[in-house]
Write a protein that binds this ligand. Sequence first.
Ligand code: 18C
Length: 251
Amino acid sequence: EESKRTVAFVEKPPKISLSPEHKYYAEVNKIVTHHLGQINENLEESWTCIAEEGELKVYKRELEEDGIVIDPLRAVHVVKGITGHEVCKYFWDIDFRMEWEATLDSSEVVEWLSEDTFVSHNVIKRVWPASQRDALFWSHIQHIGSDQDEEPDRWIVVNYSTEHELCPSSKYVRVFMNVAMVCETMIKPPADGKISRDDITCKIIYTAEVNPGGWAPASVLRAVYKREYPKFLKRFTSYVKTKTENAEILL
Ligand code: 18C
């Protein structure tokens, strides 16, 4: 299989996290900081709500560059019974990706950069009449402890497009993206001191900036986004609930 041929080093290295000497270190930190700086933005002001269902709200801003739709998308969701650590774990860990991803044909590790960061090649399902797309991006997971500024404890995953010599663009149109999942966990202090899943609520802020990498009909693309992003958020969060309901709480 074509994608299998490009797989090189797929063993997780023992390193705990990306070291400052690593060539991706500066980029990963810059993008993580960028996303954390955006989470308190008031979406009601300059964003348009395109879907609302219970606690889930999906917003977009219409943006085109040279006739290509690059609408940034932002979603906020509040889910009971799961933690931010759990949400981020299942979003980041490629071993689970195909269990909840409905928009991909395949997803393969290209290289592990450290224990928390890897590069993967992903083939996106074809949407008629557009050409089929693929995406090559690094995925990074990080825990950000609360600090003196009274910022809450957070978990973040970023999926950010990159290049890799083992995986040049060839038979698909390559998509470029900057996607982040930021989570905060709220715990209601339990009366008996023992935290149960009923005491936990997770706030999820999901952001996607995607350039489809070549012309695609705007109306079709916007219709697909409007349908697929809310579907993804509902499907993915209920997947995490199912995976964790009988498991120990991962705080
Ligand atoms: O964040 C998500 N997933 C991550 C892990 O996989 C990762 C991947 C993001 C992929 C974003 C892909 C965007 C593709 C855009 C180009 C498509 C061009 C189509 C042209 C149409 C005219 O960060 C969750 C991502 C949730 C994405 C929802 C929207 C994506 C739509 C992509 C089209 C695929 C449609 C599949 C429909 C299948 C119906 C059977």
